[in-house]
Design a binder for this molecule. Structure first.
Ligand SMILES: [Zn+2]
Length: 143
């Protein structure tokens, strides 16, 4: 899917990258999601219903964000997780952009937009949280 190598071994200060540098690093679709908070079409990404074991890393910076063991079938059209792999890996921010209060989820390392988190929807998961994440913001590393 991507020939972009996240683990090129060079240290990068992701917070210092310019918009143009991000544009060059990422595929166009992932760039729009991560850097401009676009939302991919529902049910469009291969990760939506994937059950492959592994970890999902940030497509922007390679940080581990979610694990397949915290992924569940929400039927909402986007990859859904009930908990981040490490709570410090993501940051959450209030987002009123659609006139409804939502909580945006961003990568703590590179600031990339990942998706939103919703609570109290009644899913039978340990947290009753749904991290609704764009597949384009993620890269699955199989176990
Ligand atoms: Zn990142």
């Amino acid at each position: 899917m991507s020939d972009f190598n996240l683990s090129d071994g060079e240290f990068t200060d992701f917070s210092a990258l310019s918009d143009e540098q991000w544009r060059q690093r990422l595929e166009p679709d992932s760039y729009q999601v991560l850097r401009h908070a676009a939302t991919e079409r529902p049910f469009s990404h291969e990760y939506t219903d994937a059950e492959t074991e592994g970890v999902y890393v940030c497509r922007g910076c390679g940080t581990e964000l979610f694990r397949s063991t915290e992924k569940f079938h929400s039927h909402c059209g986007w990859p859904s997780f009930f908990d981040p792999a490490d709570s410090d890996a993501v940051i959450e921010k209030v987002d009123d952009s659609l006139g409804v209060r939502r909580t945006e989820v961003l990568c703590a390392t590179c600031g990339g937009h990942l998706g939103h988190v919703f609570s109290g929807e009644g899913y039978e998961t340990p947290t009753d949280l749904r991290y609704c994440i764009n597949g384009l913001a993620l890269e699955l590393r199989e176990k």
